[in-house]
Structures are given as C-alpha cells and as structure tokens.
Design a protein around this ligand. Sequence first.
Ligand SMILES: *[C@@H]1O[C@H](CO)[C@@H](O)[C@H](O)[C@H]1NC(C)=O
Length: 500
Amino acid sequence: MSLWLAVFLGLLGASSALYKQWVPDTNFNNQTNWDPERVPCADDRVVFAPHKKVAVFVQALHSILEMMSGVKWTSPRLMMIIMSTVSVLKRGSQPVCPQTLPLDGEILLAPDSGLVASAGRDPGCEGGQTVSFKDSDRWQWFDPPLWQAADSSEGLERGNFLFSVHEESVPCQTDDVVFRGDSSFRVDASSDRPLVPLRSLSVLGQRFLSDAELTRYLRSRLGQLQIHGDSAPQVSGAGCGDPTGCECGNSANHERICAAVRQRGPCPQLDCKKPLRPAGHCCDICGAIVMLQFSPDFRLDSYRQRLQHLFLAQPVYRAVRMAVSKVSRPRWLLGLIPRQGPPQIQVALLDPEPGSGPGAVAESLAHSIVEDALSQGWHLGITQAELQASSDSGSGSDGGVVAGAVIGVLLLLAALLLLGFLWRRGTIRMPSLPSWRKGDDIEDLGGPADIGFDNPMFDKPDGGPSADGLYGVDALNTVSFTQSGVHFSNPAYDETDFNA
Ligand SMILES: *[C@@H]1O[C@H](CO)[C@@H](O)[C@H](O)[C@H]1NC(C)=O
C-alpha cells in the first residue's frame, strides 16, 4: 500500500491537462468583426454600438476618416490608450456624436500602432462607407468550435490541434486556458455552475495561476470588458493530480454545450449501419469507440502520445480524428436507474469529414488500437479493451480481455450475482437461495450483507420490508450496499455520487 502511495505521490504533478486557446477576437484588424466585412480604411467612418462594451486591439497603423467619439477612453493597464488619438480623430469641424462609441470601451494599441485621422483621400481605399463594429456580446465560453486544443503551448503555436468530443473542446477543469497575446476578446462565461474551474488562464501574455490574482484582474476595467456573464473562471493552479488522467468536468454544462452546437446547425447526416454516440459528444458519429479499463499504472498523457505517434502518424490514418479522454459512462441499474460507472478511457475515432462515409478507416484504426492494447496492455496499464464500431450489426462489441482477464471475469460474475440478489430479495442469504453457489469472490465483493447500509435512494422510514413482492419495487427496499474490500470497484454498483 505504501508503495502505491509512493508511486502515486511521485507522479503528482504529472498532468493530463491540455492547452485550450480561444479563437475569436475583437481585433480592429480582423475583417470578420466589421459590417460590411472589411477592415475600415482611410475614407471610412467607424462606428461602435453605444450600448455594447468592448476592448479593441489595434495592430499596425490605420488611418480612418473619422471615429465618432464623445466617450472618454481610459487607460488600460497593459497597453497605451489613444485618448489623444481619438481627439485627433474628431477633426475640428466634425460634431461630437456620443451615440457611436461604446459607453464602455477601450482601444488597446500594440507597439507602433495607432489610429490616425486621414484627409479622406486615399486611392487605395474604395470605402467611404460607415463601417460598424459587430455585436461584441455574441461569443459564448461553452461553444465548442470557439476553442482550439493542443497538448502544449508550443503545440498551440505550431497549430498542432487536437480533436476532442464537444464537452472537452471547451476548457476542462485541469486545462490551461490561453487568450492570444496579440488580441482583444470578449466572452460570456455564463455556466450552469457559479464558477468555471480551470488550472490557469493567460491573458495578453500574463498567466494567472492563483485565484486571488485572477479575481482581481477580472474586476479590473479591462477584465470586465473581456470576460462577462453570470459565472466567472476560477483557477486552481494545480493540474490533474491523477496520472491516470482526470475527467473533464463539463458534463454539468452538457446541455448548454450541445445547445450551442445545435445552434450552428443540425448534426451531420450519417450513412453507417450503427451510429455511435461517444460520451461527452453532442452528435452521433460513424467510426469506432474503444473503451479501455485501466490499472493505476496507466498514464493518460503518454498513452495519448503513443496513439498519436504509433498510429495517427501513419499516412493511412493521418486524417482520422481521435479524441482520448477519461469518462464515466452511466450504468443502468435494472435498466431503470442510472448510476455512475467507474471511469474508463474512451478513444473515439471518426473519419475526417462528418458524413463522408461509414467510418471504415477509423474502424480499422480502432482494431489496431485494440490489438495494441491486447499485446502491450500489461505495461501500458490497460486491463481490458472493448470495441464498438458503427459497421456492427449486432450488440456491437468484440472485447479484448487483456492482463486483467481475471478481474473482468470476477466483475462479471459479481455483477450477475448481485443482480440476482436484487431480483430475489435484495438481501444476501446464500443458503436460502438454492440455485446459488457461494464463492470466495462473492465474499469479497458483497461483504456481510446483513450489516450493509441501506441505499438512501430507497430509504424506508419503517426500516423493514413490508411487502414480500419478490420482483416488485418493494423488493428494492431492502437492497444492501456494502463497501467492497477489494481494489477494484464493481461497475454496476459503484458507490459513487448519484448526481454526477
Ligand atoms: C478573425 O476572427 C475570426 C472569428 O472571430 C477568427 O476565426 C479568425 O481566426 C480571426 N482572424 C485572424 C486573422 O485572427
């Protein structure tokens, strides 16, 4: 036990966290921010909606005819502000028009940048229009395509982006969030929880690892312009302490995330026999899902890298999109009651274009991954691998039982036995059940049933079974759950939080 602890502590700090970078910006230079969609030029009038808040980052020198002003622009902490430039822009004769700048806004100037007033005659600019800054409040934090993920900050810079299921495209609780240094942004962080937990958050090159500092920043003028909404990011500074990986923690916002996905359009039409729905994804896919059970020796980080180098680097698989994550899939107690299962590693694989085909390439990759798990599982810390493919017609899993075959068999046996108890009386009275044969593994798993604690779900005030209906709901009243003394948990009856 102490050895395990030592191993575990030694690996604290190993992290399976990813870097997630926010994509949209509110930059002056980005034509997508303007209506009509072009960067204002020398003959243009620039207009900001008066009731919107925004910080606008200006890179390079822009000359524009006029920026309607009337609002005081104050100085942000990090950059120079253009109070004086704005005054210059109010070319003497023009009237001040308070309705065309945001009530609260800032212009952030990169070094050697600025807005200058033009004489209004620029042959390169065929504008002469009024160009308006688009609604700055339209970006939601929990909107998957607005994030890019990489396994390092270099990966972000090089553009080595990782594919993720929808829930994990949005920053997870152990992720490092990056807002690009050369841009301004505005994001609505409203969540179904009061806080949005993260490992760290970087803004304009400054990285926040302590929550006190971040809170101070978010209350600053610039902070309020950048991140708004009902919830606020909270940083822990600590990554995933579990070397076997951490769950993303975004399932509380699943509906919010999927609503954002659906708002962009319906899920792609699929043409495979059996579409699959990976845990944490909002749409069905054609391809394959590999579910892995793991031992404490498993390392999510290095396993993800292994799959990337061993398989995705091969030309035939290069286009396959792969999402590796730790997930808990709900298990169904008696097919009725959802219970959280033990965490597993999910490898979701899909062919490049959604709806492009039956996912055959992804599927053959999945077979290779299962083979790899079968042959190398003992040193990768994988105890069991199960494959679901969208070409399957039947129940859909050919399993590979690896080093932990014994455990798998025990789990199955125990699950069947316990299921039997539930259907019978909900108590473990071996001798009175003639068809039962009591084995050692039962002892381990079930424990002494009579002193087990009552399942709070079926708590009964009078403390005893009042009806003898063997298969009715009443039979559930006496179900006893006991702590298992063994080191693996029973997937069907894991004593975990019911809500999660
Ligand atoms: C401009 O903004 C769009 C959407 O916000 C973003 O996808 C794109 O990367 C930006 N372009 C540049 C050059 O930053």
